[in-house]
Design a protein around this ligand. Structure first.
Ligand SMILES: [Zn+2]
Length: 607
């Protein structure tokens, strides 16, 4: 009680100190069909200099790419005490407004919003999704200033859904204690289908845009179970209320985490299948787990944010990879999956890492660091040169979890590390360093993780999963996925021509210099038209060795491929090899020891 009073007093004092500066936004829509939002920003009490610099973030937290939101701003104008004020663009994302000492400054601008994703704004005549970092501007150096946002819905739109705090008595008006909160609170405006439920003592609102075959009652029950399980790991749910904004499209996916809300992409007719439904709940589990892992328990570089530049961290393997790993842990504990699906899902993730050539080139820490230039900018060679910090981080989580459970004979698990790190972060009021994370893992497990870090986090060692699975009484082994079958390593895409779309490192295609974008004209004299007769289109995942002239050959045979590159024909000979791809088999050991069973139960969190 005493502690709470202290916090309240501090908050009042802080607010009083800043109360001279007032910032209010009003967002309306004159031409939603043309994808525009009209933003009015009213400022008073700025005063320090004769100008104020208004800035728009260049990126949005959670999505580690400079997206240059300022490119969507048009018709920027300003007035001071009712008279037009001089404005000047001074950097790519900074607008300077003069006469800032005036009592009242009004700024108007339009934002073009036509990029469908969970991290970008989108407006049309059916709804407006305001991804705040790409809509609102902040006065330079004043990120800690509170602001209000009033939304004026268009036409017959009658709902606003957001994690922002509503201002009592003022319709569609919200309050943000600072710009970090505002930029972390997307706003959905339209006629979305809204329902709510209680879970972990917190009111959760779901705003569904785009329709779909979802069953509200079933979702309420299952989402609540996932939320309860996530909350149980950390021992508390830090929110007063939480909002899920769900965009249902013909084909949709992905999500973006926020402090007390999330935006999810979904396929509107996928809720009806078990696979689609489970996929949606996985996404819910992922984004919800983030409200601790990354939003609060976070790498030191991820907050307070620099909205002008890249924010580098080597820890996205924990922030994202562990979050992906916990999707499976939350679903089994919520009773959505069973032990066999749990193991299959884990093995699927392992296979991805082991069969990606880039996992032997790039470490998890450098994948994290280079998210800004590599992770969000894949090219034709990405699989050969990089590994996703999601995939690798998920496997690091698995190995670490099993190592901790084994070292403590089933008494502790990665859950204990996550909870302790969350509490430590709250006390320190800052993010963790890589060394602090490692120290906590070692403290809880009682063993050294120095070699583990060198091998799996900073290194690219082969993942020794057999050893770790054995701790939990699981027999796992690897075998060649397609023994004695010819393999070229060339992926194909079929559009106007049949074209090479990928070349795997060290494969026959790689060694002999078959290139991405080469058009395939013939194989051993058989034309591509003949080769394609037996191929059903569309054919995602088509490989060169799937074409009949190669499929019938043996490992060791040579084939001659006629290609066209830059308008010139040439021939390339490939000596067919066996594919190095591994299939992982795993099964529960029947004669597991009591310790193995204890490790397994601690790991999964179910008996
Ligand atoms: Zn994530």
């Amino acid at each position: 009680m005493k502690k709470i009073l202290g916090v309240a007093l501090l908050l009042t004092l802080t607010m009083a100190a800043k109360s001279q500066v007032k910032i209010g936004f009003e967002v309306s829509f004159k031409e939603p069909q043309a994808h525009y939002a009209e933003v009015e920003m009213n400022l008073s009490g700025i005063a320090a200099k004769d100008y104020v610099d208004l800035k728009m973030p260049v990126w949005t937290p959670g999505s580690y790419l400079v997206r240059e939101f300022g490119k969507n701003v048009e018709s920027f104008s300003a007035s001071a005490n009712g008279k037009p004020a001089k404005v000047q663009k001074v950097t790519k994302n900074t607008w300077r407004v003069y006469n800032a000492k005036a009592a009242a400054i009004k700024v108007n601008y339009r934002v073009y919003a036509f990029e469908i994703s969970v991290r970008t704004a989108f407006i049309d005549d059916s709804h407006a999704f305001l991804s705040s970092a790409g809509i609102f501007m902040y006065p330079a150096g004043m990120l800690k200033t509170p602001s209000t946002v009033k939304i004026i819905p268009f036409g017959k739109w009658d709902k606003v859904s957001t994690g922002l705090e509503p201002v009592a008595g003022q319709k569609f008006t919200y309050y943000a204690t600072d710009f970090d909160i505002l930029f972390d609170s997307p706003i959905e405006v339209g006629n979305q289908d809204v329902f709510d439920f209680m879970a972990a003592g917190v009111k959760h609102e779901v705003a569904m845009y785009g329709g779909g075959n979802y069953d509200k009652e079933r979702l309420k029950v299952d989402m609540a179970k996932v939320i309860e399980q996530a909350t149980a790991i950390f021992g508390e749910n830090p929110n007063k209320h939480y909002t899920f904004i769900v965009h249902n499209y013909e084909q949709g996916g992905g999500g973006l985490e926020h402090l007390n809300s999330t935006v999810l992409g979904a396929s509107r007719n996928a809720y009806g299948t078990e696979r689609g439904y489970k996929g949606f709940l996985s996404l819910v589990a992922h984004e919800y787990f983030h409200l601790w892992n990354v939003k609060r328990l976070r790498p030191i570089a991820l907050g307070p944010f620099d909205y002008d530049n890249e924010n580098y961290t080597t820890n996205l393997w924990t922030a994202e990879g562990f979050t992906s790993y916990y999707e499976n842990k939350l679903l089994i504990r919520a009773g959505v999956t069973n032990q066999s699906t749990f193991l299959n899902d884990i093995i699927g993730g392992l296979g991805t890492v082991i069969n990606t050539p880039g996992s032997k080139v790039q470490s998890a820490s450098s994948s994290s660091f280079d998210a800004w230039i590599i992770g969000y900018r894949p090219n034709e060679n990405s699989k050969n040169s990089s590994i996703s910090y999601y995939s690798k981080g998920e496997i690091i989580g698995l190995l670490m979890d099993l190592e901790i459970a084994n070292a403590t004979k089933g008494a502790k698990s990665l859950d204990d590390v996550m909870k302790a790190m969350y509490e430590q972060g709250k006390q320190q009021k800052r993010g963790y360093t890589d060394a602090e994370f490692k120290a906590m893992v070692e403290k809880i497990s009682g063993v050294s993780f120095t070699k583990f870090w060198a091998k799996y986090i900073d290194g690219t060692d082969d993942v020794d999963f057999e050893k770790y699975f054995a701790y939990a009484g699981i027999n796992a082994a690897r075998e060649i996925a397609s023994p004695n079958k010819p393999y070229t390593g060339a992926a194909l895409k079929v559009e106007r021509m049949v074209t090479v779309s990928g070349v795997a490192r060290n494969s026959p295609a790689w060694v002999q210099g078959l290139n991405v974008n080469d058009d395939i004209l013939a194989i051993d004299g058989s034309t591509i038209v003949d080769e394609m007769r037996s191929v059903r289109l569309p054919s995602p995942g088509l490989t060169l060795e799937a074409l009949p002239s190669i499929a019938k050959k043996q490992v060791g045979d040579v084939v001659e491929i006629t290609i066209r590159r830059d308008g010139l024909e040439r021939k390339i000979s490939l000596t067919l090899k066996e594919s190095p791809n591994i299939r992982i088999k795993a099964s529960y050991q029947e004669d597991a020891t009591p310790q193995q069973i204890a490790v397994r139960q601690r790991w999964m969190g179910v008996k």
